[in-house]
Design a protein around this ligand. Structure first.
Ligand code: AMP
Ligand code: MG
Length: 424
């Protein structure tokens, strides 16, 4: 498919495109045709790059490590001096500690006391760990069976000067902070934060602090969205609740699109509600409305309003979170400049309960994954799986992903799970 020339509505005219039964993978692929990283970048001190995306390749200005050094506490010597099958006794002529090198040269029959990270002195090419040595004054005896070159870390072994240390597109985690620091680099160029505007739609929604009338509920979607977007490091614009009123909605969409890279709404895209939102969004931009073959989260809209990408999520609180994690997160990572954007890994676990599941759609049931002492993984669903039951997300630590072809699952079967948390 020609990704640059084709508009969203043109792309949605493909022969096999069915908005009323859109497989999860196809919807994801459709959205990805229209994503390009944002332009803006900024220089920041290293620590402030945490969670941001590198907008430059980082080349190592130095060799890492900068000098040949010892991987062990022990003694450094010429490997050729050590007997292959017999003990060898050498004479200690000095010490090389980390940061305090030995300035002389190691000759035949000599050795230097060395600590981990200490510079391996001139002449020496081998380190014997102290557990394999016996010292008596300056006379040190080494066990047989040592190998020339052992326990020595070569200069530039981790990174050669001028080589690529980190590629543009890398999300900066604690390891990258340390790596950049190890190169002596104090500032990096990262993509600016993605600006995301979001609002909830629905006449039944009340904000916290107001009393609920009959049939009214508190707006929770703006809170879960706040959490998910903040964790992704976005600049967020929370526009509150917008009534199911064409004029109010139109103003909100215009304001959101004018101020953000991404606009996210919840509610108002289900059958019955979609029609007037649909006609308005057709006027404001290019938006496609889908019924995704998934549960929860059937209705979903995607498009462009002006320069902004628009995600119209369903109203049900669990659906909001599931569609965010399955569609919006990946798309936003691309916009944030991340490359590659890898799917959140899944793995297999034994399901301890029977699961009800209809074939023909992908289900994201909420599960609790546990690991037994023998290492085996088991998962059980978090009880009631209704798309309005946010407690099911709160109790869960994973999704149990049941693919399109899967029907009911018997207890003891193997299922695919996806963790909700990463460790770094
Ligand atoms: P809708 O997609 O607008 O038809 O909403 C589907 C269901 O989700 C309805 O029961 C709504 O009351 C509920 N809902 C919609 N938006 C929110 C929200 N922001 N917070 C909590 N529940 C919501
Ligand atoms: Mg609604």
């Amino acid at each position: 498919m020609n990704t640059t020339a084709m508009s969203i509505t043109q792309a949605s005219c493909a022969d096999d495109y069915d908005p009323n039964s859109m497989p999860v993978a196809k919807a994801r692929a459709f959205i990805h045709q229209f994503l390009q990283p944002i332009d803006g970048t900024m220089r920041v001190p290293v620590r402030e790059a945490l969670g941001r995306v590198l907008a430059e390749d980082i080349l190592s200005p130095v060799n890492v490590p900068s000098h040949r050094n010892s991987a062990m506490d022990g003694w450094a010597m010429r490997g050729a001096d050590l007997g292959a099958d017999a003990e060898t006794t050498l004479h200690e002529i000095g010490v090389s500690f980390a940061g305090k090198p030995f300035s002389g040269s190691v000759g035949k029959g000599q050795c230097v006391r060395i600590m981990t990270g200490g510079v391996v002195p001139e002449g020496a090419d081998t380190v014997v760990m102290q557990e394999r040595a016996k010292a008596s004054g300056k006379s040190v005896t080494f066990a047989a069976g040592q190998k020339t070159g052992q326990n020595v870390r070569e200069a530039g072994e981790d990174l050669k000067a001028g080589s690529l240390a980190l590629k543009r597109g890398r999300i900066v985690r604690p390891a990258e902070l340390g790596l950049v620091a190890s190169l002596g680099i104090g500032e990096v160029t990262v993509y600016r934060p993605l600006r995301v505007a979001f609002f909830s739609t629905g006449d039944e929604l009340k904000s916290i602090g107001t009393a609920l009338g009959e049939g009214e509920i508190y707006d929770s979607n703006r809170y879960t969205l706040h959490g998910m977007l903040t964790r992704m490091g976005c600049d967020i614009l929370d526009m509150g609740v917008v009534r199911d009123d064409p004029e109010a909605l139109e103003r909100a969409f215009e304001r959101a699109a004018a101020n953000a890279d991404v606009v996210i709404t919840s509610g108002g895209v289900s059958v019955g509600e979609a029609d007037f939102v649909k006609s308005m969004l057709t006027k404001l931009g290019e938006v496609v409305f889908w019924k995704i073959a998934m549960k929860p989260g059937r209705p979903l809209a995607y498009g462009k309003i002006g320069g902004a990408h628009f995600f119209g999520l369903p109203g049900n609180p669990v659906s909001v979170m599931v569609t965010f994690y399955q569609f919006v997160r990946d798309a936003m990572l691309v916009l944030m400049g991340a490359d590659p954007v890898l799917p959140v890994p899944t793995f297999r676990a034994t399901c301890t309960a029977k699961l009800k599941k209809a074939p023909g759609r992908t289900e994201f049931q909420r599960g609790i994954l546990t690991q037994a002492a023998d290492g085996t993984l088991s998962v059980k669903p978090t009880g009631e799986q209704g798309s309005g039951i946010l407690k099911s997300m709160s109790e869960a630590n994973c999704f149990i992903i049941l693919g399109d072809a899967t029907g009911n699952v018997e207890a003891g079967s193997t299922v695919e799970v996806q963790l909700l948390e990463g460790i770094v």
